[in-house]
Design a protein around this ligand. Sequence first.
Ligand SMILES: [Zn+2]
Length: 465
Amino acid sequence: MSGVVGAVGGPKAAACGRVRVAPGGGERAVSGGTSPSLVNTTNVADPPSDGAVAVSGAVPEETYDFASLRRERYVLQETARSLLPRHRVAGCLWHVSGVSAVVEVMYSKVCERARYRSLMTCGSVWACPVCAARITEKRAEELRAALAKNTELGGSAGFATFTVSHKHEDSLQTVLEGFLASFRYLTSKPSYKRLRARWGVRGSVRVLEVTYGRNGWHVHAHVLFFFEGKHDAGDVVGFEAELFPLWESAAARHSLTMSRERGVQVVLAYGTVEDYVAKYGHGPRWEVPREMTKGHIKRGRSVDGLKHLTPWEMLAFAAAGDVRCGARFRECVEHFDGKAQLGWSPGLRASLGLDGDPPESDHALATAGEKDDDPAGEIQRDHWPSVRVNGGRARLLQLVEEDGGDFGRAAAFVAARVAARPAVARRNLDLLPPEIAAALPAMHAEQTARNCWRGAAPSLSAGEV
Ligand SMILES: [Zn+2]
């Protein structure tokens, strides 16, 4: 992550929500961008020199190339297919929808991206790495717009993290149900509503997350509070101090405890939120293996990076053959499926001038195309089974993108696949970029050394999927 942030502009930002920003190109650059982990929200970036809240809707530069990220997502999705054969993720972008005779390939010249149409799409933000990336990209786009608008209206934002204490023995069901019930109770309390009114909270956005580590399942929520007025870092410490006892007593009703230090943390939304929004939902934190292979990573950083596994990281270890991680991923999907990952408080979208209340569903976002999508080519339904295996889905889209929407090489790729008829699927691990596949055993050994598994160390070769 370069940490360099510039102002958003140009048609790509408007149409695709992602833009590569030239270093130094922004009128309001912020520091930050070095957070190694989504769950590390304690690093408060230095405020910008003009004292303004630097959440102007800017997007950090993309660190890795999109084609490589997509290839990884498709591989992980195939792992999810193996782990959850009866879940809708198993058919996502794999089966042709209805009676369509062809699989259409669309290309957007503005976004320089290709995608499939007429395939089934699962729209699961918890089970499907491909849909989750698309959904969260759109949601992040909206969050940026909301933050920018709030700043424009003279407001500021606080980024809060709510946690509860948990033990390795606690089941996910126990932790999740307790956490959600506590949160519902908190938000229904008159004292909480009074606190919001006193602090001029215009509204809030809540994101639900889960990781797995030494002390078991770590269910937590990030809440972005939109304040109507300008608050500084000192103010939000006061807000946190008033919020903590309310959260503590709400959790106590459901027999949950917390430390003062970790129960709730609120920081002013400078670089921290931008880091979070940019990385939110974006697959495993591959920074660790990528930097490991570049040879300039400190060991402490890599250990820290693996303190908690995200569901996508569990899926990656499952792809490498760790059956226990596969089971954890399944458990995670079983309990989170159907739950909203992100929610807006009523009226906030309207007060910030955003469309839709409630906003579009996850499934609608997963299937939505770009505004200027045009048909680039099509694949016969009969040919699709030969194309889709062994990383073919990502490869074909990459060819179309590399050629600016021309389908010539993609058609040759389809013809070659059909002629070769690849019957035996390669191992998912072999389809990952080599630096990731090579680094996974070391990451896994580190995780095991941290005693996250409490018991016999799971084998990387026992259950390849
Ligand atoms: Zn999907």
